[in-house]
Design a protein around this ligand. Structure first.
Ligand code: R1P
Ligand code: URA
Length: 291
């Protein structure tokens, strides 16, 4: 069995994984990820019991029970680079034996559900509404560092997307991964469905102009106008494709549900971001408790 060296799998003095500072027994099999560290408490305050409260850097983890369901809520901070850390460390917590430093023979599957905020790219998806991403389409490059492959539908979507936006020539190699069918089927009523694009930034990479000019000023319009068959891009944010891509490679069931705080077509922003996020959390927990 290949032994993973101490420079590759970093375990601290508490026996916890490096960035998350979580020990294997402190993690539940159902994991909610949120971008904002402050949102962890906003989720766990709904739990009937909290067993563990851990924090290191921007990564806060609370593990507890909602009814009989054991759930961990983990903050990722912003961006796909942080998702590289969080997904690899969550997987290591369940699938690597920390004493032997070897991959376990029997692998475990986590259910990972992101509850985030996002910008809508369609006029009919207003602020304060909810989107469950059928696909994460990454223009952030993260998954290109890992060996990965796509099914035929994903390949065609990617080809059409690259041709339509011309993003692959000038920026990165777009990649795509699909939500877990087993999880998204529970997030139907009250949720829009569509492709969630993941960007490597909030301003230029999402077409926002404050003081700097953009190399692709048509990007937002092109994302809005893209369609293939029944597929269109509903929204963009900064984590989903990385979660879907790494989740698929590692064998976990992932879903990203976002509340729309900005609509980039109608140029509107939610009047109460805290209430919008609370609404998503309440709705999602009502579902997660029973899946
Ligand atoms: C940008 O404001 C942040 O908000 C969105 C984006 O993906 C990015 O992380 O998600 P969260 O509200 O979950 O952080
Ligand atoms: N998060 C994003 O990444 N973009 C938005 O427009 C809103 C939230």
């Amino acid at each position: 069995m290949h032994k993973i060296e101490s420079s590759e799998l970093i375990i601290n003095n508490r026996g916890a994984i490096y960035h998350l500072d979580v020990r294997p027994e402190e993690l539940a099999e159902t994991v909610i990820t949120v971008g904002d560290p402050g949102r962890v408490e906003q989720v766990s305050k709904h739990f009937d019991k909290v067993e563990h409260r851990l924090q290191h850097r921007e990564f806060i983890t609370h593990t507890g029970y909602l009814g009989r369901k054991r759930i961990s809520v983990v903050s990722t901070g912003i961006g796909p680079d942080n998702i590289d850390i969080v997904m690899n460390e969550l997987d290591a917590l369940v699938n690597i034996d920390f004493d032997e430093r070897t991959v376990k023979r029997e692998l475990s599957t986590l259910t990972v559900i992101r509850l985030g905020t996002s910008g809508a790219l369609q006029a009919d998806i207003p602020v304060d509404s909810y989107v469950a991403g059928t696909h994460g389409l990454g223009i952030d490059n993260l998954l290109n560092y890992y060996k990965h492959s796509n099914n035929e539908e994903e390949k065609i979507l990617l080809q059409q997307f690259a041709a339509h936006t011309q993003l692959d020539n000038n920026f990165s190699h777009p990649y795509i991964a699909t939500a877990s069918a087993a999880v998204i089927k529970h997030f139907v009523e009250g949720f829009h469905h569509g492709i969630t694009v993941t960007c490597p930034g909030f301003y230029g990479p999402q077409g926002r102009v404050l003081r700097l000019g953009l190399t692709n000023p048509q990007l937002v319009d092109r994302l809005t106008q893209f369609y293939y068959g029944n597929h269109r891009i509903t929204n963009f944010e900064m984590e989903t494709s990385a979660i879907y891509g790494l989740g698929k490679l590692l064998g976990h069931h992932c879903l990203s549900a976002n509340v729309i705080v900005a609509n980039r077509v109608s140029k509107t922003f939610t009047k109460d971001g805290a209430a919008a996020v609370e609404g998503l959390i309440t709705k999602a927990l009502g579902i997660i408790e029973h899946i």
